[in-house]
Design a protein around this ligand. Structure first.
Ligand code: IMP
Length: 190
């Protein structure tokens, strides 16, 4: 962990370190590259804003091993400013183009209740892609409310609210290079 950053004082403990994220991203990219070696190209669909860090690092890793990739972004919302899932999914930004016949890989930061991903998977499936799979860097197995197939999972983590590496609390902490849990007083003062 870097010394003297503004956020270190707010972090109770690190759950997954920067190096662990880097190594896992490389592993996931190798797995996806192996599974898609016969296809012309893969369309990565990143889910803003949380997946932005993972999307950038995963796409670069995939570029080293895999088929050609293209990137699309969607923004959906199932959370307000708080820390629990509302279950209501709203499209804030849709795909910019047709995905018919494409091999789609959804790039997700975290699967918590699974509600967002379950909805997104169905939404993308309805647009006649050749295939839809999911790569999620984090998953909270104990928080799952709907079963949704996630072919590639980075880390199963405890059912706690985490921040960092794209994940926010009230739009902050996304820039942390690791993932950690906030000190209770951070919530108390917000
Ligand atoms: P789900 O629909 O409950 O699976 O949650 C989906 C979205 O909620 C994720 O893509 C994240 O953006 C956000 N989210 C879930 N858990 C956390 C967390 O622990 N910290 C920050 N954001 C989270």
């Amino acid at each position: 962990m870097a010394d003297g950053t503004w956020y270190d004082a707010d972090i109770d403990r690190v759950i997954v370190s920067e190096q662990q994220i880097r190594e896992k991203t490389e592993d996931l990219a190798k797995q996806v590259a192996a599974d898609y070696r016969a296809v012309e190209s893969v369309l990565l669909v990143g889910v803003l804003k949380g997946a932005v860090m993972f999307m950038a690092d995963f796409a670069r890793a995939l570029g080293r091993y895999g088929p050609k990739t293209e990137m699309e972004f969607m923004a959906v919302s199932s959370y307000g400013q708080g820390t629990s899932s509302s279950g209501v999914v709203r499209i804030l930004k849709d795909l910019d183009r047709d995905i018919t016949g494409r091999h789609v890989v959804i790039v997700e930061d975290i699967v918590d209740s699974g509600l967002t991903l379950s909805w997104l998977r169905k939404y993308l499936q309805s647009r006649q892609p050749a295939s839809v799979e999911v790569v999620a860097l984090f998953r909270k197995p104990d928080a799952i409310k709907v079963q949704v197939p996630v072919r590639y999972v980075g880390f199963d983590i405890p059912n706690e609210f985490v921040v960092g590496y794209g994940l926010d609390f009230a739009e902050r902490y996304r820039e942390l290079p690791y993932v950690g849990v906030l000190k209770p007083e951070v919530y108390a003062r917000s």
